[in-house]
Design a protein around this ligand. Structure first.
Ligand code: SAM
Length: 223
């Protein structure tokens, strides 16, 4: 696929990468940014991410797009997971490696990937986590279909995405970030359910906070 301007921006814009990654890893910054820009309570984001700690050792997790590895906050040394961080941006992946070293985590792999064409085998993962990322890719439905493909039957998808319709201020920020090639495709909550159910997932559950929708779904064991 031809790389979109938004993908190129995330791949190579060092100030953007640093600002996002520092901000999302800072509780006070994330709380204020979330409330002002997206009308959301980012305590929900951290709680949702932290639930990864409940996964049993041996679970294979793909985090895509991983950004700088904010999800590593859920892991402890000796966690026993296979954790693969996939992102289009080598700058972000360098941050994942630094974060893993800082937290003394092993079992952390990094891969430069396009979410729309994942370089993994069918059914390779038990869990795919995708926080704050589907709104950055040019074809989210294809990205979700790829997440479905690399999950084993019975495996779970979880994550979050920006949606339209929370309010005038929130929608104005979405348009601003789209104009600056930070966000790409943003749809209303029903559109997110369409992407996920359209890929073949079942048991789709969503929870909305401002202009963020959290989702969970399962790849059915048959089909
Ligand atoms: C807003 S950040 C969120 C990252 C991370 N999940 C987090 O919560 O901090 C969006 C990420 O999407 C990545 N990205 C953009 N387009 C992508 C694509 N087509 N494939 C993989 N990653 C992509 C960017 O490099 C960036 O790290």
């Amino acid at each position: 696929m031809t790389e979109s301007t938004t993908m190129t921006n995330w791949r190579s814009n060092k100030p953007l990468v640093a600002a996002w990654d520092r901000g999302v890893k800072s509780w006070p910054v994330a709380m204020v940014y979330g409330a002002v820009v997206f009308g959301t309570d980012n305590r929900i984001m951290y709680a949702d991410m932290d639930s990864l700690a409940e996964l049993p050792p041996g679970t294979a997790v793909l985090d895509v797009p991983s950004g700088g590895g904010v999800l590593l906050r859920a892991l402890r040394p000796g966690h026993g997971l296979r954790y693969v961080a996939g992102d289009i941006s080598p700058l972000m992946l360098a941050r994942v490696r630094a974060e893993a070293a800082r937290r003394r985590l092993d079992g952390v792999e990094t891969r430069e990937v396009d979410a729309g064409a994942l370089p993994f085998a069918d059914g390779e993962f038990d869990v795919v986590a995708s926080y704050s990322g589907l709104h950055c890719v040019p074809d989210p439905a294809t990205a979700v279909a790829e997440m479905f493909r690399v999950l084993r039957p019975g495996g779970g998808l979880r994550g979050s995405v920006v949606v339209t319709g929370a309010g005038r201020r929130e929608d104005a920020f979405i348009r601003l970030w789209q104009a600056r090639h930070i966000l790409d495709v943003v749809v209303p909550p029903s559109g997110v359910v369409d992407w996920i159910a359209g890929a073949g997932f079942t048991g789709v559950r969503t929870r909305r906070s401002g202009s963020i929708v959290y989702f969970r779904a399962t790849r059915p064991t048959a089909g």
